[in-house]
Design a binder for this molecule. Structure first.
Ligand SMILES: Cc1cc2nc3c(=O)[nH]c(=O)nc-3n(C[C@H](O)[C@H](O)[C@H](O)COP(=O)(O)OP(=O)(O)OC[C@H]3O[C@@H](n4cnc5c(N)ncnc54)[C@H](O)[C@@H]3O)c2cc1C
Length: 426
C-alpha cells in the first residue's frame, strides 16, 4: 500500500508519516523495495517498541505477509519461520510440531523479527533472550541482496546480527533452536519488598523462571515462579492484572495527597491477594494480555546491582512521583555473546518502570535514568531512554566491530533514519 498514512506505535507515543507504507508478500518483492523505495527504509514488526526505531519519512515496511512456518527439523528440535510471524502464531505453530520456545516475555503480540531486533527477553537466570535461540538467519542487506548465515559457519556474523535494530538489514527468516513441548507449574505469592530485596539472589535463582512486581506504596512484591513439571494440567486462573491496575489508578486518583492512607489501602489489598498455583502447557503460561496502554523504560543492570538500584528507584518514586501507580517489573536474564545484546557477557537484572500512556512519562524517566546508569545499566533497545552512540560505544565492548559489520551490509545507509543515526554515531 503506497498511500501516505500516519503510523503509530502501540502506546501512541511514537508516530510517523512515511511517503510509502509497504507490505510485500514475498521475499523477492521485499528485495525490490529495498533496492528502489524511498529511504530511509525502516521495517516494522508489531510496533510494540516505545523508542522511535520504526519512524521514517521514506518507507516503512511491514513483514505481516512474510510469516509462517518454512520447515521444521524434529531430530534437532529446530524450526525455520518467516520473520514477520507473530509470537502468538509462532507458539501455536511450534506446539503443532511438538516444539516449544525455551522462554517468553510478557506478551505474544510482537513479531519474531521485532523481538530479535531489540533483544526482547523473558525472565530466568539461566535463560537467554530470544536471540540466543538463533541457529540460522536469512537477511536482506542494504543493496537488496539475500544473505544467509548459520551459527556453525558464521559465528562472528551471527554474534553481530543477533540484535540489530533493523539497522543492519531486514531479517526475512530465522531458524530457532527449541525444546520439546513441556508443562510448567506456575506459582504466585505476595511478600514484603524488604524480604524480597534481602533474598533477591536466592529467590531469583531457586526457580527456572522467577520475577516480581513491586506495587508503589504497597510495601510488597508479587513474586511469580515457574518450573517445568510432569504434573497434570490444572488450567490457568482468570487474569486479574487489568482489574488490579484499575484499582491502583483509583487509589492514586483519590489518595494522591494522602500517601499514608494510600499505603494502608494498597498494602492491605496486596496482603489479601490469593496465592496462585497451577500447571499448564508451556504456551499458556508465559504471556498475558496487556490492555491498559503505558510507556516504559527498562534498564538491564549487572545482576549484583539489581537490588540496590531497585531500592533507590522505589525511594525516588514514592518520594517524588506520586502519580506513578503502575507496578515495577524485575526480572533476570542469562549472559550471552551477542555484540549488541544488553546481556552481552553479563548476568542481568532488568528493572522496568511504567507510566500511564495518557500521562507524560518524561519527568519520572529523567529522574530514574541517572540511577540506572550509575549502576552500569544498559537500556532496553525498544524502551524509552536518552542514550546516544557515544554512550553505547562505552557500554558495549564490541560496539566498533558491530558498526563495521553494519556499514559493510548497508554502505549507503538505506536503513539509517535520523533516530538510528543518533544511536549509531559515536
Ligand atoms: C505491552 C508490551 C509488553 C512488552 N513486554 C516485553 C517483555 O516482556 N520483554 C521485552 O524484552 N520487551 C517487551 N516489550 C518490548 C517489545 O518486545 C520490543 O520492543 C519488540 O521489539 C517489539 O516487537 P515488534 O514486533 O513490535 O517490533 P517493532 O517495535 O515493530 O520493531 C522493533 C525493532 O525491530 C526491527 N525489526 C522488526 N522486524 C524486523 C526484521 N524482520 N528484520 C530486522 N529488523 C526488524 C525494527 O526495525 C525495530 O528496529 C513489550 C512491549 C509492549 C508494548
Amino acid at each position: 500500500m503506497n498511500a501516505p498514512q500516519i503510523w503509530s506505535n502501540w502506546s501512541g507515543y511514537v508516530t510517523a508519516r512515511p511517503q510509502r507504507f509497504e507490505t510485500p508478500g514475498t521475499v523477492e518483492a521485499l528485495q525490490e523495495i529495498v533496492k528502489s523505495a524511498p529511504g530511509p527504509i525502516r521495517v516494522v514488526g508489531s510496533g510494540h517498541s516505545f523508542t522511535p526505531l520504526v519512524p521514517s519519512d521514506g518507507t516503512i515496511l511491514s513483514l505481516d505477509h512474510i510469516e509462517g512456518l518454512v520447515t521444521h527439523d524434529d531430530e534437532n528440535c529446530r524450526a525455520t519461520v518467516r520473520a514477520g510471524t507473530k509470537l502468538g502464531n509462532l507458539t501455536r505453530i511450534l506446539d503443532g510440531v511438538g516444539q516449544a520456545l525455551a522462554n517468553m516475555g510478557d506478551i505474544d503480540k510482537q513479531s519474531i523479527g521485532g523481538a530479535l531486533g531489540t533483544a526482547t527477553h523473558g525472565t530466568g537466570s539461566t535463560l537467554g533472550a530470544y536471540h540466543t535461540l538463533l541457529q540460522h538467519m536469512e537477511l536482506i542487506d542494504g543493496h537488496g541482496e539475500k544473505r544467509v548465515f548459520t551459527l556453525e559457519a558464521d559465528g562472528e556474523m551471527m554474534n553481530a546480527l543477533g540484535v540489530s535494530l533493523g539497522a543492519f538489514g531486514i531479517v526475512s527468516a530465522v531458524t530457532l533452536n527449541n525444546l520439546p513441548t513441556y508443562r510448567m507449574r506456575k506459582r504466585r505469592w505476595v511478600l514484603p519488598i524488604g524480604d524480597m530485596i534481602a533474598n533477591f539472589h536466592s529467590m531469583m535463582t531457586a526457580h527456572r523462571s522467577a520475577e516480581f512486581y513491586f506495587v508503589p506504596y504497597s510495601g510488597h512484591a508479587m513474586f511469580l515462579a515457574s518450573d517445568i513439571t510432569d504434573e497434570p494440567v490444572t488450567s490457568r486462573p482468570l487474569e486479574d492484572d487489568e482489574d488490579g491496575l484499575k484499582t491502583l489508578k483509583l487509589a492514586r486518583n483519590l489518595l494522591k495527597w494522602f500517601p499514608w492512607l494510600r499505603r494502608r489501602l494498597i498494602s492491605d489489598a496486596m496482603r489479601k491477594l490469593p496465592r496462585e498455583d497451577y500447571v499448564e502447557n508451556w504456551l499458556k503460561v508465559y504471556t498475558s494480555d496487556r490492555q491498559t496502554r503505558f510507556n516504559e523504560m527498562e534498564y538491564h543492570l549487572p545482576v549484583e546491582e539489581g537490588p540496590k538500584a531497585l531500592a533507590e528507584i522505589i525511594e525516588l518514586t514514592e518520594k517524588r512521583f506520586p502519580e506513578v501507580y503502575f507496578p515495577m517489573e524485575v526480572r533476570t536474564v542469562a549472559a550471552d555473546e551477542i555484540w549488541l545484546s544488553p546481556f552481552y557477557k553479563r548476568q542481568t537484572c532488568s528493572i522496568a518502570i511504567h507510566h500511564d500512556a495518557a500521562e507524560d512519562p518524561i519527568a519520572f524517566q529523567r529522574a530514574a535514568e541517572p540511577i540506572f546508569r550509575r549502576y552500569g545499566g544498559r537500556p532496553h533497545w525498544g524502551k524509552m531512554h536518552t542514550l546516544t552512540g557515544a554512550d553505547f560505544a562505552k557500554l558495549y565492548p564490541r560496539w566498533k566491530d558491530a558498526m563495521e559489520v553494519r556499514r559493510m551490509l548497508d554502505p549507503d545507509g538505506r536503513f539509517v533514519s535520523p533516530y538510528i543515526k543518533r544511536l549509531i554515531e559515536a
